[in-house]
Design a protein around this ligand. Sequence first.
Ligand code: ADP
Length: 865
Amino acid sequence: MADTPTPMMAQYLALKAEAGDCLLFYRMGDFFELFFDDARIAAQVLDIALTTRGEHDGAPIPMCGVPVHSAESYLARLIRAGNRVAIAEQVETPEEAKKRGGSKALVARAIIRFVTAGTLTEESLLEPRRANLLLALAPMRDRVGLAGIDISTGRMELEECAAGDLPATLARLAPSEILVAEGMEDAPVGSIARPRTSFTSETGERLLCTAHGVATLDGWGSFTRPMLAAAGGLMAYLDHVGRGTLPLLLPPVARAAAGTLFMDAATRASLELTEAQGGGRAGSLLATLDRCVTGAGARLLCDDLSAPLAQRPGIEARLDLVHWFHADPLIRADLRVALRSLPDIGRALGRIVAGRGSPRDLGQLRDGLCESAWIAGLLSPRPDHPVLLRQLLPALGGHDALTDLLARALVATPPTERGSGGFIAPGYDIALDALRDTSGDARRAIAALEARYREETGIGALKIRHNGVLGYFIEVPARHGEVLLHGEGGFTHRQTTANAMRFNSLTLHEEASRIAEAGGRALAAEEAHFEELIERATAAREAIAATAAALARIDVAAGLAERAAEGGWARPTLADEPCLAIIGGRHPVVEDALAKAGERFVANDCQLVPDDRLWLIGGPNMGGKSTFLRQNALIAVLAHTGSFVPASSARIGLIDRLFSRVGAADNLARGRSTFMVEMVETAAILAQATERSFVILDEVGRGTSTYDGLALAWAVAEAIHATNRSRCLFATHYHELARLAESCEALSLHHVRAREWKGDLVLLHEVAQGAADRSYGIAVARLAGVPAPVLKRAKGVLARLEKGRAETGGLAAGLGELPLFAAALEAAEERSDTLRERLTGLDIDTLSPRDALDLLYELRRLAGE
Ligand code: ADP
């Protein structure tokens, strides 16, 4: 039979039941303790000691703990490791508990908050340059509603997508935490199941209306039922984790799916837009692009790049603003200096509204809003504002009353902790100043008292000291104790330690009380001011959030202008017909990497137009095919984001969907049969790409046998050409595909150039017209350091294979009457073989025996190279 748990354990177990699958941080004095499995998990993740405390059901209870004062950093590590944490605080003091329930009463505890990846507000737990999205999903028939909020700034967006587009949408949003209704089919991995009842459109509408104190949401746009159902799940969760305190919520915005350039998860991953393939930001387009000087700017840029716009007016408006900053390096430089010192006011506001604000957060608002007004003053006088800037400027100001108040009320650098006061500036409140004077006077009086007692007692070593237990006391070395014990001075004994005796006196007691009382009242006064300031800031939350958003947009535009100036980028021209005309295009990430190594990137042109819309690109491995494909896709993404592009000029017809696929051989790390993945992804393109889409296919078909691969690549290229009619760049090492040019009128052949120079392969990285002449595979292998005997053997095998191919008409012999390409290949092969050249050039009859012997040596040397 199980023992009855101790009262404490019973309390713990009840709280733990409430916490569900969250780890429970149970406050005990200066520590948060974890028990049972929670302790095991935490001890492992945090690498702290696992101990035991008491017994439960006859077995020791595993336990570990973290100090309260450093709990944040431990929380951060637990959350990053995928955990959620419930925080159970003591909600009364031990004295209150005793008053309530006698000397053995247990202090009442309650869960005051849940900390989860998607609901963080703490500066130390958030990444400054990344948004932190909490997302709820609500499937309805073949649609899915999505409601997302970045709690740290209060930005809330609702949208809807087709069920089939959910993976792509999730890839775009990259949420930190996903909520679904219990029992949802195909719920995303790691999502959190919540009660179904909250995921209804009625609940969503009701909770949003209540939170914003409005009767209808109509004023903010039109929200569909799936969107509102998702919002219901989201709002109910926010209420649950905040235990009734809602975070900062800005009015919801409906995001139209048609407004963004569609990219699926595979495309995003292969283009490395915001994350490199290995994970992490380094090596991504975002990392190369980001010159933002504020965290909020960097977060907005990441959003922009994840969801490039699909429509012209929005893109042009952003481009106009970037252009404006690009054209004026002086104003850009001044602006960026000002932005650099700007605190993250959006997130400070988020903490304030969530009830976790500190004096430091108020100070950040003060400094940020002042800086914002200064920036408005910097930008306003210019006569030629682009439309977007004209819209943003008014949002930068209008906070004078609040900033004046904060400037008067707060000290220059207010602390994060408000418990010990000291953040209200002198002069703000006369009564508070008086209280402070009183404590100051009393402190001085105590110092004077010490001097007086020394003189009166004749004990030079007498001191007046202070500690947490006794408060103020008089201390003398033990050997002088007797003097005070029996003297007339009015000293009362308090404590004897090993070396000293401690006393009190009436005068000291009076002065100490003065300090304590004035101190307590001063603290209370500061607290009252704090609450009022928080209230004032909260009242202005929407205007402050708008200022933060405007500053972020300005930072993004100025940062993009800076990047463009640095790299010699050009403003893209948008066109209505489906074209992609890029002159002197570069791959910004590869270009940067080469520049670091002191090498130069070779710029290339791309000219896709409706009647030449599919380029087949051949050429040796390492010749630059993938780079060329991707650079054009990246340039398209950048243009749609509203950025300048790494090219000398670019004219781009608006793209509705962008697809990028890489043949399976490069993706071995993935679990499923890689060829299967490749084909699933290819099928998705064939099903979704339109005449307005842009597709890059890199070595598709490579993941299977030569014949299968060639056949599939052939059929895919034909289908894209004839059926999807998308703009497409198709890199392949199958020379045989070149024959597609005979039957597909809008397909043309191109190759990356290479040359053999004295037996060495030189990759020129230039994209040129026409089919590739040969593959240079062995030359590449040699470049890569494959040993000479192996290369020699490979050459022998190749010669045999090619002889066979020539005789039978080659791999694609069955495809038509003309084995044109194979013949060309053989000729090329012959040209390059130095050994054969030397042999065929010999006049054997004229050789002397001596010459013949020398020649044999030479031939053997050549063969060995
Ligand atoms: P492929 O796809 O043809 O095998 P990649 O595009 O992967 O070749 O390019 C291989 C390497 O060649 C790249 O990592 C880069 O260092 C270099 N490279 C590619 N394109 C260029 C270029 N245009 N200019 C300079 N170097 C380039």
